[in-house]
Ligand binder design. Sequence first.
Ligand code: HEM
Ligand code: HEM
Length: 225
Amino acid sequence: MKNGKRTVKVWDPLVRIGHWTLVIAFFTAYLTEDDFLAQHVWAGYIVSAYVLVRLVWGVIGSRYARFRSFLYSPAKVFGYLKNLLAGKPQHYIGHNPAGGTMVAALLICLAGTAVTGMKLYAVEENAGPFAVAAQLMPTHSFSLVENANAEDDDENKVHKDLNFGHKVDKQAEEFWEEWHETFANLTLALVFLHILGVIVSSVIDKEKLVKAMLSGKKEIDDTYR
Ligand code: HEM
Ligand code: HEM
């Protein structure tokens, strides 16, 4: 320990493992949207599980994982950014005010992407948590009879059978698809800003943020709050 420098534990394993799992799941979901629906949906469920767990952890988790420790007023966020751009960055052990705001924005947009994805999945495939139970589908018994006569190579009919005669509501499909795409792209834009923020902090602030997200530890001195 020299110049008042010491190493502290900042990010607990749930935050770290959760973050890198989220990174993989988010990009997998983004890149599989077109041709690999099963993989897309599974990656989306992993993102959804992460968001749910992180929301709970923000209340009951370790010190720096709690929302209380990194949600600041807009005045504090702008004050922090002004100082950063002036080359006088304030140092924080946990998320700085700008980073904390970004974390909240990311979690909100990820939740929006996940919920609209599940609604779209229900409308298109009658599957997922918002699917209408098969027994309640008015076309159920009719469609089974209809499908008994379906030809094996008729993809549409087989598809219909798996969905118990589910008919796609085109208007609802367009609506949820639009919102799902908007949320996904908004999240992607925030991710770029998030990565840019991490790079800027690492350069101007000389902070080893990525290393800390891997090891959980940060080297701090008396200027940190
Ligand atoms: C390779 C790309 C990425 C890098 C290098 C990276 C790096 C980081 C770092 C260093 C932190 C800690 C920031 C701090 O100390 O204040 C962080 C936090 C965070 N990042 Fe990323 N990130 C990446 C991609 C993503 C993506 C794709 C998402 C979301 C889709 C994301 C969401 C988050 C969230 C939610 C936190 C807060 C973690 C927590 O408090 O539990 N990151 N990231
Ligand atoms: C949270 C991460 C997710 C991301 C980043 C994401 C991203 C996307 C994107 C960009 C599209 C293409 C939209 C378009 O071009 O109209 C899409 C389509 C779709 N997503 Fe997601 N999504 C996510 C989660 C989910 C979840 C959790 C589900 C369902 C459980 C889901 C179900 C769907 C469906 C059914 C489609 C339409 C596929 C098609 O008709 O080709 N997504 N998603």
